[in-house]
Design a protein around this ligand. Structure first.
Ligand code: PRP
Ligand code: URA
Length: 236
């Protein structure tokens, strides 16, 4: 597990002395949606548990992704769609326009899989961002965003919203592509990252499962769940 051992090896304490907002302060932010579902609280406890195996952890991330997808798609636009039932012609609905999911690699992969359980037709636009653990700045290393953009909405998905740097960069990249409607979906947010993302992009909705207490001096969310990428893929 990353926490103590890896952190002790690091020389720098990038968040030491940096003022952080409280949970109460960021709970007032508009466009922030925090799950209140009891099944989510149940799954979050298993995710946080350091004894949960990587296989179980990945499965839980997918399940939480599906629950978050259900919440984050509640306001999508529909268009009428005529079909034939076995008995007669009738008008139903289908989601208007394409839906995009942008997993922020690597940790966003499990979350994106959960999303696809709910919206199997969604396009998946992979975006690789890696946080430098000494400076906490995100660096882009992979980009598979298509040339043609025709979406109703794109969801940037990443389990951990810590300093907010990766999320802010991802939304900047999607906006530069011409995406008009973007939502961010994460599992755990720190008040610091939530505030930074809301300030940088006040026009997006932010869906999270839980709001944690703070970032520690190393920029990790506490109580958190550790490193979401390492825990999904067993790379400790
Ligand atoms: C983690 C996490 C986010 C980022 C959050 O990824 O999945 O992308 O850190 O931190 P921030 O809010 O301070 O930017 P990481 O860069 O460790 O890459 P990984 O997914 O490959 O593990
Ligand atoms: N990235 C993670 O995976 N976990 C954290 O707590 C912070 C950033």
């Amino acid at each position: 597990m990353i926490d103590t051992n890896t952190q002790e090896k690091r020389q720098k304490l990038p968040m030491q002395g940096v003022p952080q907002p409280t949970r109460e302060e960021v709970l007032k932010l508009p466009r922030v949606h925090i799950s209140t579902h009891p099944v989510m609280a149940h799954k979050m406890t298993a995710l946080r548990n350091k004894h949960t195996s990587s296989a179980e952890f990945y499965q839980l991330v997918k399940e939480v992704g599906a629950l978050l997808a259900y919440e984050a798609t509640a306001h999508l636009a529909l268009e009428p769609w005529e079909i034939d039932t076995p008995l007669e012609r009738t008008t139903g609905y289908r989601l208007a326009g394409g839906i995009g999911i942008t997993p922020i690699l690597r940790a966003g992969l499990g979350l994106a899989e959960g999303f696809r359980e709910v919206i199997p037709d969604a396009q998946v636009w992979h975006l690789g961002l890696k946080r430098d653990e000494r400076t906490l700045q995100a660096m882009e290393y992979y980009n598979q965003l298509p040339h043609k953009v025709d979406l109703q909405i794109c969801y940037a998905v990443d389990p951990m919203l810590a300093t907010g740097g990766s999320a802010i960069d991802a939304v900047n990249i999607l906006k530069r592509k011409g995406i008009k409607r973007i939502s961010y979906v994460g599992i755990i947010a720190a008040p610091y990252g939530l505030l930074k993302l809301s300030q940088a992009h006040p026009d997006i909705d932010i869906y999270i499962a839980v709001l944690d207490e703070k970032l520690n001096d190393y920029g990790y969310i506490v109580p958190g769940l550790g490193d979401a990428g390492d825990r999904q893929f067993g790379t400790f």
